[in-house]
Design a protein around this ligand. Structure first.
Ligand code: FES
Length: 80
């Protein structure tokens, strides 16, 4: 299971480019992969952003629509 890195999304005005979203939850550079998944069963998810836009990046890692927040964090223990 992934580590819960946060219990709310990170909203970022995201420039066009290629991003690697952390799926394992271990990255210290949330919501992005910093290579900490090495040795786990996880790999980052690549996303190409074509136009600048506001993205709500999932940090709990339980979203069903990775890498985007779908409010799954509200179902996790510890969420208030
Ligand atoms: Fe989490 Fe790379 S550090 S997927």
């Amino acid at each position: 299971k992934p580590i819960i890195a946060g219990l709310k999304s990170i909203k970022l005005e995201t420039e066009p480019g290629t991003y690697f979203w952390c799926a394992c939850g271990k990255s210290k550079d949330q919501p992005f992969c910093d290579g900490s998944h090495q040795g786990t069963a996880f790999n980052p998810i690549e996303i190409v952003v074509r136009k600048k836009k506001l993205i709500k990046w999932c940090t709990c890692k339980y979203t069903k629509t990775p890498p985007f927040c779908d409010h799954s964090h509200r179902e996790l223990p510890g969420y208030k």
